[in-house]
Write a protein that binds this ligand. Structure first.
Ligand SMILES: Nc1ncnc2c1ncn2[C@@H]1O[C@H](COP(=O)(O)OP(=O)(O)OP(=O)(O)O)[C@@H](O)[C@H]1O
Length: 273
């Protein structure tokens, strides 16, 4: 379990607090979607969670251990895939041999499976890969590490259309029961079917912290013609299929798939608070 307790943080040389007295609890066996407008602190939160940034006040505790202490036992169980990264000028095979020793739960089987799904070979030279291919190679390594906490910042940026569904397949097939995966992204359609829980961040606080099952219990996402618009509509956006709407779900209503973009827009405009 991850406990973020009364965290305050500002970057060196700036006065503005990106987080001020911010608390959050994350539990095992869940995929979290971390959403928010530009500059709200999503990447900063990921770096604070893995202890690469140190809070001014408060702390992040991973199973009771302070993340910013960066103890080796904790580092074995955390992996972060940043939005941008550089990889050494070696083959993927050499990279794996050089780095897998840091992760006691590393699985060659998971690596092979992910590489096969992403159509990558271990002999591929990392420095000759395109941005999207590099991301797929690094995400395969990340999943193979077997760390309990896996953080991904904009993982689908740079992936082509077929790779986005491969990404969902790879994640769904390799989530183990004790793992926490946090995906920060603006590409909501790429991940909405994967998520167990949605976090929407806004200037240092959470506008939404809800499980997908609670969201689906409470709301219905559907399309309505202008004639069908009534007082039950909590939020609406015009779309080609009619108005995309969120309405409160009644006990007799069928569950509908969550429309994450609509939910996000409804929450940040204050329509679902
Ligand atoms: N190295 C830095 N030095 C100073 N301020 C920074 C630094 N990195 C980020 N910030 C500021 O911290 C705030 C949060 O930035 P962060 O990158 O965490 O946001 P984000 O939600 O990930 O944004 P985006 O969606 O654009 O990626 C922003 O106001 C940004 O200007």
């Amino acid at each position: 379990m991850i406990q973020v307790e009364n965290l305050s943080f500002n970057y060196v040389g700036t006065k503005r607090e990106v987080f001020s007295d911010f608390s959050l609890q994350l539990t095992d066996n869940k995929i979290y979607g971390l959403l928010g407008k530009n500059g709200t602190g999503k990447s900063t939160l990921l770096y604070l969670l893995c202890g690469l940034l140190r809070p001014k006040k408060g702390g992040v505790f991973i199973d009771g251990v302070l993340a910013s202490d960066r103890r080796s036992a904790m580092l074995e169980d955390i992996f972060m895939v940043p939005e941008e990264f550089t990889l050494p000028q070696v083959t993927l095979d050499t990279y794996v041999k050089m780095n897998k020793g840091f992760y006691p739960h590393f699985s060659e089987e998971v690596l092979e499976r992910c590489l096969a799904d992403f159509e990558l070979s271990r002999q591929t030279k990392l420095h000759q890969l395109s941005m999207g291919q590099k991301k797929k190679a690094f995400m395969s390594f990340a999943l193979a590490t077997g760390t309990r906490l896996l953080l991904m910042d904009e993982p689908t940026n740079g992936l082509d259309i077929p790779s986005k569904s491969q990404f969902r397949k790879v994640i769904a097939n390799n989530m183990t029961a004790d793992r926490i995966l946090i995906i920060s992204t603006h590409q909501v359609h790429d991940i909405e079917s994967l998520l167990d829980h949605v976090l929407i961040l806004s200037q240092s606080n959470l506008l939404l912290n809800a499980s997908v099952s609670d969201i689906s219990d409470d709301y219905k996402f559907e399309y309505r013609t202008p004639a069908e618009m009534d007082d039950s509509v909590l939020y609406a956006e015009p779309s080609l299929q009619g108005n995309a709407v969120i309405v409160r779900r009644q006990p007799s209503d069928h569950e509908t798939p969550m429309n994450l973009e609509l939910l996000f827009n409804a929450v940040i405009t204050g329509k679902l608070r």
